[in-house]
Ligand binder design. Structure first.
Ligand code: NGS
Length: 281
């Protein structure tokens, strides 16, 4: 189901907290209905046009009291150039949206096959411990191009990156739920997070989709003009997950016993100036 442009604000989950230090609550209408809402990566990627966040890449607007609070969680391994572009761009973008946010980079520092979902579980668990009610699970190579694509949770999980240039702005299949998605922490807990078993490329996002459906959490999308993204290009040296199709056959049987409750998370945290670096060994 898609959320119409005029209902974007209604579909969001606001943490109904009272305003801190006597500020007025932030108004998000001007973000969503801002004329000329499209931006291009060239506009922001080379310059630092954002305010310095708190250590660990956390930011709170100072002019108003934010009602939306999100952890941006990014699975990562060895793409320093993309990391730099992503951070410069996203701090600008998220500050424009007047959010309280923090960026977590979950870095797999071992030679094993890349385990995207497990990294996301580790980041999500920490973000929840830090009190974030909303999780944005985000690939490092995706850049949102419309300010109205609010980086906060809707009442139901949302597939955010549904209009991607490398897919010629079409969905490759209807149930795709990868790239960038937003999900309430409570909902992520309900589904026991993601599977820890998908090693190598592919399938873990389809497994997540199945978990949502199993729990009656029907995902939504904003309309394509809002959900526009560009993908940062890089050489693909994908090692696919050979077991992914077999794992997907048993998604629902597995979900209770494979996820947040079976995560053996061995990591250290380094507080960088623009992000929280979670190093997974
Ligand atoms: C599907 C994968 C998904 C992946 C999607 C898009 O085939 O994990 O392609 O990939 N599912 C399986 O392999 C079972 S993309 O074109 O973005 O690289 O997200």
């Amino acid at each position: 189901s898609c959320v119409k442009n005029e209902n974007v604000l209604d579909s969001l989950y606001y943490e109904q907290k009272m305003a801190h230090h006597n500020l007025k609550n932030c108004n998000y209408e001007d973000v969503v209905f801002m004329p000329g809402n499209d931006i291009s990566i060239e506009d922001v990627s080379d310059e630092k046009i954002y305010l310095k966040p708190l250590p660990g890449g956390e930011y709170l607007p100072t002019q108003c009291s934010p009602l939306l609070k999100s952890a941006i969680i990014v699975p990562y391994r060895d793409r320093p150039k993309q990391l730099k572009t992503f951070l410069n761009y996203m701090h600008h973008f998220l500050q424009k949206q007047k959010l309280h946010y923090r960026i977590f980079i979950v870095d797999q520092k071992n030679e094993n096959l890349f385990n995207r979902a497990k990294l996301l579980n580790i980041g999500a668990k920490l973000a929840m411990k830090y009190g974030f009610p909303c999780l944005v699970l985000h690939d490092i190579d995706l850049i949102p191009l419309n300010y109205a694509n609010i980086y906060a949770c809707s009442n139901t999980p949302r597939h955010m990156s549904s209009s991607l240039d490398t897919f010629r702005y079409n969905l490759p299949y209807l149930t795709i739920f990868g790239g960038a998605v937003a999900i309430l922490s409570e909902q992520f807990k309900t589904i026991n997070g993601m599977s820890n078993l998908f090693e190598g490329w592919g399938g873990e996002d389809d497994d997540l989709y199945k978990r949502l459906i199993e729990h009656g959490l029907i995902p939504c999308r904003f309309c394509p003009s809002i959900s526009k993204y560009t993908m940062l290009l890089h050489k693909k040296n994908r090692k696919t997950s050979e077991s992914r199709f077999n794992l997907l056959k048993k998604s629902t049987q597995r979900s209770k016993f494979d996820g947040l409750n079976t995560l053996n998370d061995n990591f250290t945290i380094e507080v960088e100036s623009l992000f929280t670096h979670i190093i997974v060994s």
